[in-house]
Design a protein around this ligand. Structure first.
Ligand SMILES: [Mg+2]
Length: 355
């Protein structure tokens, strides 16, 4: 299978590709015994889930992490802009953007996490300069309704639902009318729908609990739940999840997320998208991934830090454990950084045309 054939796949072909384990993907071959063992470990970890949720959504500087030393290790991407651009010299920049907390502010109602018009305009300009993808835990269609830019790549459900640009751009000219479409876990859809319904019923008794069906994953939001009730809600999630050994749980910013136990995450999605652009095995590619949450670490670490290609930028006001090299404090700073990238590209193009 050629590299190109590997990535331009229809929905029906995607299962075959997944079984062929592209890019190390496919199913985790662990026995049921091991899955149950893993669940037992998880089973005793309701407090651990809650601690992790708190750690990924700090509201004040942590005592264990000094803000100044954290800033030294993860300097502002705006302050380091010139150095970053210097290291990207001669390389193809590819942009990967998380949505919630990165392009849009974190809000209490996940259905109202709108991005500003000025952010949309900036991302539109960015996509004219560099291939640009949105990589999110959200359902792809829902995030598309927020972003509404047909020229972008979208990787929804933590990369389990990938779609290429529907509007032609200079980066997907050779598609011959085909749209990149990849769903490595489509057979999990009925199970996810059933789980969603069971979680909705189970969590009704906890005021403020919200369950969101993100197509290939289910999110249980704690944001509007009184912290005293977090443990009760987490126990409810655990009691439903025990019936689904093929699903696994991860924690994010005031959210528990449940998704299929396949080796696929935002890092794999990043790698897949680079491959679809024909850049996976290039030395002159420079991926930039901006995200604010625990699940973005898969991309920061796997591709960017371990392979020494490009870099990750964590969006956070407070120190957090991260594999990202740089930081930005909030979506407004993300917009400023993207705007500077656009201006840098325009200046370098006009300098090039004068030569
Ligand atoms: Mg986020």
């Amino acid at each position: 299978m050629t590299q190109k054939q590997n990535v331009i796949v229809s929905e029906t072909k995607s299962e075959v590709v997944a079984q062929n384990k592209p890019l190390g993907g496919g199913y985790i071959s662990i026995s049921r015994k091991n899955i149950l063992k893993k669940l037992e470990i998880n089973g005793g970890r309701v407090n651990g889930w809650i601690e992790n949720m708190r750690a990924s959504s700090p509201t004040h500087p942590s005592l264990s992490q000094d803000q100044t030393s954290w800033n030294v290790h993860h300097p502002s991407a705006l302050d380091m802009f010139d150095q970053i651009m210097e290291s990207s010299k001669g390389k193809q920049i590819v942009m990967f953007l998380d949505y919630d907390g990165t392009l849009s502010p974190i809000v209490e109602d996940p259905d109202r996490a709108f991005m500003s018009n000025s952010m949309r305009k900036t991302v539109r300009k960015l996509a004219r300069c560099f291939p640009t993808a949105i990589v999110t835990g959200r359902c792809k269609d829902k995030v598309y309704n927020f972003v509404r830019l047909a020229e972008l790549y979208y990787a929804g459900s933590h990369g389990l639902d990938i779609k290429g640009p529907t509007r032609s751009s200079k980066y997907n000219k050779d598609r011959k009318g085909e749209t990149l479409h990849f769903q490595p876990a489509s057979q999990f859809l009925p199970m996810i729908d059933e789980l969603y319904q069971r979680l909705v019923d189970k969590t009704k008794s906890v005021p403020g609990a919200m369950v969101e069906n993100n197509k290939f994953c289910v999110s249980v939001h704690f944001r509007c739940v009184d912290e005293k009730k977090w443990s009760e809600l987490a126990h409810q999630v655990k009691s439903v999840l025990k019936d689904y050994p093929k699903l696994r749980l991860t924690q994010g910013r005031k959210v528990l997320e449940i998704r299929p136990t396949i080796k696929w995450d935002k890092g794999k999605a990043l790698e897949f998208l680079l491959e679809s652009l024909g850049l996976a095995h290039c030395n002159d590619v420079f991926p930039v991934y901006i995200g604010d949450d625990q699940n973005d670490e898969d991309a920061f670490k796997q591709k960017l830090r371990d392979r020494g290609q490009g870099f990750g930028i964590l969006v956070s006001k407070f120190p957090k454990e991260t594999s990202a090299y740089y930081s930005l404090q909030e979506p407004k700073e993300v917009m400023d950084f993207l705007q500077r990238l656009v201006e840098w590209k325009e200046v370098s193009l006009s300098a090039h045309s004068r030569v």
